[in-house]
Design a protein around this ligand. Structure first.
Ligand code: SAH
Length: 213
């Protein structure tokens, strides 16, 4: 599959749709116009890639809806050179959006099949996250903490403590919390011990799975 003018035209429309739904951050919208989402999907979904919808990506996982990706990214308030931890690499689309914003991205995926596939895909596309890790996101990534931002792209039944403790003071954790449905929640670290908590609407994600071993 290639990226053509037709695709970039569809991306411009998608960015308009997302802006109408309330996304204001110019850089986030620019990243949506830039990243070729159709290449992150199975070719059978090519025609639909620029609809504002989630799609299956194998291993019972989904690529999040573009509006949701934009909403979470806006809440992260990414600045160039920020170090950002992403939990749930999946297709790599959210990772690519963060890279467009010039963040240093560390991303963790617990499904080996997806991890391998997406790692190869990044190499092929020239996307360069700092680290792509096969592991359990509940633990965060202590070796590279603290982070300016942490984004969880699966529904978390509770807020994992390590993620809060791996934020810099001033850093933000954006996490959908809940089982059947999730409340998009943002924690901002105000000091070593204090966190501000904001709840920002209902979403539906695949579950953040806990390792049984
Ligand atoms: N950011 C992805 C969204 C993928 S869906 C994208 O843009 O495509 C959520 C992903 O979280 C799935 O790939 C799933 O395998 C992964 N996941 C679930 N539980 C996890 C855990 N404990 N640690 C890391 N990844 C996890």
């Amino acid at each position: 599959m290639k990226d053509t003018l037709k695709h970039s035209g569809m991306r411009n429309k998608l960015a308009q749709v997302i802006a109408k739904k309330g996304i204001q951050d110019k850089n986030v919208l620019k990243a949506i116009r830039k990243v070729p989402r159709h290449l992150f999907l199975d070719s059978s979904f090519e025609e639909h890639a620029y609809q504002d919808k989630a799609f299956p990506i194998g291993a019972s996982q989904t690529i999040s809806q573009p509006y949701t990706v934009a909403f979470q990214t806006e809440l992260l308030e990414v600045k160039p050179n920020d170090s950002i931890l992403e939990i749930g690499t999946g297709s790599g689309y959210q990772t690519a959006i963060l890279l467009e914003l010039k963040a240093k991205v560390f991303t963790i995926e617990r499904q080996q099949e997806l991890f391998k596939k997406t790692k190869l895909f990044f190499e092929k596309m020239g996307y360069r996250p700092k680290k792509i890790i096969f592991g359990d996101g509940y633990k965060g990534l202590p070796s590279d903490a603290p982070f300016d931002g942490i984004i969880v792209t699966a529904g978390a039944p509770f807020v994992p403590k390590p993620l809060l403790s791996q934020l810099k003071v001033g850093g933000r954790l954006v996490i959908p919390v809940g089982t059947d449905e999730q409340i998009m929640t943002r924690y901002t670290r105000k000091s070593e011990k204090e966190f501000e908590k904001e709840e920002l609407g209902l979403f539906k994600f695949v579950p953040l799975l806990e390792d049984k071993n």
